[in-house]
Write a protein that binds this ligand. Sequence first.
Ligand SMILES: *[C@@H]1O[C@H](CO)[C@@H](O)[C@H](O)[C@H]1NC(C)=O
Ligand SMILES: *[C@@H]1O[C@H](CO)[C@@H](O)[C@H](O)[C@H]1NC(C)=O
Ligand SMILES: *[C@@H]1O[C@H](CO)[C@@H](O)[C@H](O)[C@H]1NC(C)=O
Ligand SMILES: *[C@@H]1O[C@H](CO)[C@@H](O)[C@H](O)[C@H]1NC(C)=O
Ligand SMILES: *[C@@H]1O[C@H](CO)[C@@H](O)[C@H](O)[C@H]1NC(C)=O
Length: 291
Amino acid sequence: MHSLFVIAGLVLQALALTSTTDASTTAIVTLDYATYQGSTDATNNITSFLGGLDTVLLPLAPEAYTSTLPYAHGGQTSPPLFRAAMTSSTALPPQYLGDAPILATIYNQVASGAGSANAMGTFTCLVASPAATLSTVENDVVVGDFFCGTFTFGPVIDGTFIVERPADTLKKGLHNGSRYHDTDILLSATNSYEGRDFVDTTPAVTNITQFAQDVFPLLTPAQMTAVAAEYAKYNATLATIEKQAVALMGEATFICPTYYLLNAFNGSSYRGEFAIPPGNHGNDLSYYFFS
Ligand SMILES: *[C@@H]1O[C@H](CO)[C@@H](O)[C@H](O)[C@H]1NC(C)=O
Ligand SMILES: *[C@@H]1O[C@H](CO)[C@@H](O)[C@H](O)[C@H]1NC(C)=O
Ligand SMILES: *[C@@H]1O[C@H](CO)[C@@H](O)[C@H](O)[C@H]1NC(C)=O
Ligand SMILES: *[C@@H]1O[C@H](CO)[C@@H](O)[C@H](O)[C@H]1NC(C)=O
Ligand SMILES: *[C@@H]1O[C@H](CO)[C@@H](O)[C@H](O)[C@H]1NC(C)=O
């Protein structure tokens, strides 16, 4: 069995994962895709990521949205991808169809920034662009035009590999653990303040309704008001708007998706919380990998 370690650069993600109608007809093998697929040993059909036959550690880091992994193919991957899984800070930022308006906007900004906007095939033009150009454009798009805290580049719903939003797959209780379903087991941890690093506090967050609107631009005004009202209920522990914003970001992106995952492994899932202060996202890593 051989392992596959692929570190995908953000530049490649920008190119490969922010697709539009223009790009959707273009076949491209992405490093991210290879990462998700793991490597399969044909003699026993076991797919390995960072682990072995009995315990596969799914590397669920948000950087490459590797948390998409267990939901690939709508949870119907053959052969199964894992038997046992440990997750840390499962991240499910919003995920859209490849040609959805928000992604099309991002794609057009990338194309324009790279000088590819007027090319006959913008995607071909982007693929041919120097990495340094794409890197600069990516930074500009991420830090420049978008609300801080938005996860700008990520995988899309392509209809084949990712057939639907992972939250929908989990809601159906689908995941691709072992073919011996009753041996599937899951341990999931999250950190106390997952959202803190993703909330821009300069200037201070003063309006949680506006904050919800910025984080989820497609929510209706009524939904945003409902979100704000929900967090206001906890003003005893979330005494400031900023604390509410941190909770909102952390729960929307990491903590609620972890519960979706736990529910999909109903009866064989275990949950932990990393609560050593400051308990921010990523603080747990040095406790797992301390050398
Ligand atoms: C592995 O899977 C393939 C395709 O599903 C199947 O044809 C093959 O027989 C399997 N091999 C083993 C060892 O189970
Ligand atoms: C994984 O996918 C295969 C192939 O579609 C399916 O037969 C199996 O039931 C799935 N495993 C689980 C645990 O859902
Ligand atoms: C908070 O933001 C919402 C949505 O933009 C807005 O309707 C409301 O007036 C704002 N409240 C205050 C006190 O500024
Ligand atoms: C907390 O919310 C309650 C109603 O839900 C309200 O009466 C109270 O004034 C709020 N406290 C603060 C500090 O905003
Ligand atoms: C989990 O299983 C229990 C017992 O079978 C059941 O009562 C409960 O509704 C299930 N929960 C979910 C989220 O499916």
